[in-house]
Design a protein around this ligand. Structure first.
Ligand code: GDP
Length: 332
């Protein structure tokens, strides 16, 4: 049973977040992650209050298979940014993380430098069973960080599944980290993910790996030409870097800034953000409806009774689905 924690007033959360109070920011994120109905109401009030102060950061998605060097990259890249005067927030979308707290950012020692620096804020992935739930909460955490003055947001995810689409759907720039010398399939990277990235970065381009990385850069650059150019007029770039030594990171930051400038000039920055907002609403409608449907006691009872028959093929899944939805709507 979840114990209800001491909550602040809506206005206290809003003021604390806007004043850059890290403790209140953390508590506000915990509040939006809560599934308690009373918390949700308060969370909505807080989100509404901070909304006018959001939107001003550069939102960057970073993906790549485990071991590609994401946390090392983020640590070094993030340190470079805060040394340049930025305030950095690092969030994660990791729907597979068990509720026990294990998550890609759960182990803070992965980013020792950033996690002990006041100019950076690191938040592990929220626990959750559905990707929709996890990504909705990450979006809200992102907005809270923006309202709190963080002007660069990095959102990390593991490059093996659906979560890339979710992260792509909430960021301005999507960066894929890869390794040289292993085929895409070996790295578990789906073609769709390569197509959705704005930059493909071959990491660990250092020591004996450097030559292989340069070769891979040429190969990928050629391959990317085969993809249709993007509607926003951006050609995905191929870069090499070493998250360990820091080599190439400045070049990547300049590329991202160049991208932002270009998108703001040609209008695609705002088009992308407004499409994301509208998609977010639709996703949330879906989430609310599904939640209400599956938590309805009558539906729960009915489902438990007919599920076996549907599984064994005795009744039509389509007809049963229609009956259940009809039954649900009747009671509304
Ligand atoms: P993640 O699972 O994607 O977050 O990967 P990590 O950042 O934990 O790195 C996995 C391993 O690769 C660690 O042993 C790192 O020390 C090593 N590594 C990360 N970045 C680099 C790099 O740029 N060059 C080299 N040579 N090794 C790296």
């Amino acid at each position: 049973m979840l114990k209800k924690k001491n909550r602040l007033s809506g206005q206290a959360y809003i003021d604390g977040v806007l004043n850059g109070d890290r403790m209140v920011l953390s508590r506000a994120i915990t509040l939006v992650e809560s599934t308690l109905a009373t918390d949700q109401q308060l969370a909505e009030e807080v989100m509404e209050g901070i909304l006018p102060y959001t939107g001003k950061s550069i939102r960057i998605g970073i993906t790549g298979v485990p071991g590609v060097g994401k946390s090392t990259f983020i640590e070094r890249f993030g340190k470079m940014l805060i040394d340049q005067g930025h305030k950095l927030a690092v969030l994660a979308v990791d729907p597979s993380s068990p509720a026990s707290g294990g998550s890609i950012l759960g182990d803070k020692t992965r980013m020792e430098v950033l996690s002990s620096d006041k100019r950076a804020y690191i938040r592990p992935s929220p626990a959750g069973t559905t990707l929709g739930g996890v990504s909705a909460r990450t979006r809200e955490a992102m907005l809270l960080c923006e309202a709190s003055g963080y002007d660069v947001i990095l959102i990390e995810t593991v490059g093996v599944g659906q979560s890339e689409t979710a992260v792509k759907g909430m960021t301005d720039f999507f960066l894929l980290l890869m390794l040289a010398g292993a085929g895409d399939e070996l790295q578990g990277i789906k073609k769709g993910i390569i197509e959705m990235c704005d930059a493909l970065v071959i990491n660990k381009a250092d020591g004996e790996n450097l030559e292989a990385a340069k070769r891979a850069r040429r190969e990928y650059a050629n391959a990317l030409h085969l993809f249709a150019s993007k509607e926003n007029g951006w050609y995905p770039q191929v870069k090499i870097c070493s998250g360990l030594s820091g080599q190439g990171l400045d070049d990547i930051w300049q590329m991202i800034q160049g991208f932002m400038e270009k998108m703001k000039l040609n209008g695609f920055f705002e088009i992308n953000r407004s499409t994301q907002r509208s998609n977010w609403m639709h996703e949330h409608i879906q989430y609310l409806l599904e939640n209400k449907f599956y938590s309805d006691p009558k539906i729960k009872r009915e489902l438990s009774q007919i599920l076996e028959k549907v599984k064994s093929g005795d009744v039509s899944p389509i007809i049963k689905a229609k009956e259940l939805v009809g039954m649900f709507l009747q009671d509304q």
